[in-house]
Design a protein around this ligand. Structure first.
Ligand SMILES: [Zn+2]
Ligand SMILES: [Zn+2]
Length: 392
């Protein structure tokens, strides 16, 4: 398969600087990230391809070699960190995810939240002019039930929206606007610099007119020349089944409006999990503890246990020991990336009654000499048999 040009992959020009490269990659990565495209092999390929391009272009030395010699310049085994062969074939999804997490995903690659601040920064630095609207982050707490089946949510977002009075230009309607003296109306400033790597053309947004190319003479009375206003918007979000804490859903163009008609930022919905009354989550399995009477434990019976959708019946065989784990197949959380569900694991605890009346006491006393009620001697094998699949 013909390898695509890295600049083409990220939609970049050779003259684009580190900030543009980071921003372009970030956009691609958010669009094609596997968390957002469960089970989509094509998106996975695009994510890997974009990450590979970014890994080369963000590195000045590799970029220089690539600019001069193309893919051949990176050579066999020199692509650095892409696995043995150094080619695209060697760059698998986990490499790509790790590379993405390292630059955008926060500490240790565990899906930590801290990294989202980086994600929002998108490579913008203080003082740099950029007319794209800010990305906004919102945390969305979901119950296990909502996560298990997927859900639709309406979320309230405070964001900046384009002023309707002046259509974002910031000028009072009908007032005149003058061409910007700094950029001569282009909205951008080109700077040419020479370095040992050759001539570099750097294009930045004009910092006088913020890219509009025009200067306001009379500010808009509604937005006072800002071109944007604060609003509260209700936004619908579709949450696929099986998401987990730290997954995020990017909503393109739902962030702050851009400055002077610049592009909108994105809204990033970060998933959080609410604690559940009965269950803890282990991957897509849910686990609960269930007390049972020692009569049921001894002679068997059917008990009702909580489930994510409704109560479930569980058959307890005679002679069940405390700590035994029962599996209710497919009653857990839906898998995000493939078909099927996790399981519900119920660990039973034999419950000893605390108060007995004299009648009951007499009944137990009469049984106490029966051979079947004498527990085995303490032994390692007896207790290790009790240890079950919970992995504790
Ligand atoms: Zn200007
Ligand atoms: Zn206005």
């Amino acid at each position: 398969m013909e390898k695509r040009d890295y600049y083409e992959v990220l939609g970049l020009d050779k003259s684009d600087g580190p900030d543009e490269i980071k921003r372009a990659y970030r956009k691609m990565a958010m669009k094609y990230h596997p968390d957002r495209n469960p089970g989509d092999a094509e998106a996975e390929e695009s994510f890997k391809e974009a990450t590979e391009a970014y890994e080369v272009l963000k590195n000045a030395e590799k970029k220089n070699r690539y600019d001069q010699f193309g893919h051949a310049g990176l050579g066999q085994g020199q692509a650095g960190g892409f696995g043995g062969g150094g080619g695209f074939e060697g760059f698998d999804l986990s490499d790509a995810l790790r590379a993405f997490m390292r630059d955008f995903g926060g500490r240790g690659g565990g899906g930590g939240m801290g990294g989202f601040e980086d994600l929002f920064g998108g490579g913008r630095r203080a003082g740099q002019v950029d007319n794209r609207g800010r990305d906004l982050q919102i945390r969305l707490k979901l119950t296990l039930e909502e996560i298990a089946s997927g859900t639709k949510k309406k979320i309230k977002v405070k964001r900046l929206t384009t002023c309707k009075e002046c259509s974002g230009h910031g000028s009072a309607p009908g007032s005149s606007r003058n061409s910007c003296p700094q950029c001569k109306g282009h909205g951008q400033v080109r700077r040419v610099s020479r370095s040992i790597f050759g001539q570099m053309v750097n294009v930045t947004t004009c910092n006088v007119c913020h890219g509009a190319g025009q200067i306001i003479t009379t500010p808009c009375p509604v937005c006072h020349g800002e071109g944007r206003l604060r609003e509260s918007a209700m936004i619908n979000v579709d949450i696929p089944a099986g998401v987990a804490e730290g997954n995020y859903i990017p909503l393109d163009g739902q962030g702050d409006a851009g400055v002077r008609g610049g592009p909108e930022g994105d809204l990033i919905v970060v998933i959080e999990e609410k604690d559940h009354d009965h269950f803890t989550r282990q991957g897509n399995n849910i686990v609960c503890q269930m007390p049972i009477s020692f009569i049921v434990a001894a002679i068997g019976g059917t008990i009702q246990v909580p489930g994510l959708e409704s109560e479930l019946s569980l058959d307890i065989p005679a002679g069940t020991q405390s700590g035994k784990v029962f599996k209710l197949k497919g009653k857990g959380i839906a898998h995000l990336r493939h078909r099927g569900h996790g399981d519900e694991l119920v660990q039973v605890q034999v419950w000893t009654p605390r108060k007995l009346n004299s009648e009951e006491k007499k009944l137990f006393k009469s049984l106490s000499n029966s051979e079947s009620f004498v527990p085995p001697k303490s032994s390692r094998s007896f207790f290790s048999r009790l240890r079950d699949t919970l992995g504790v």
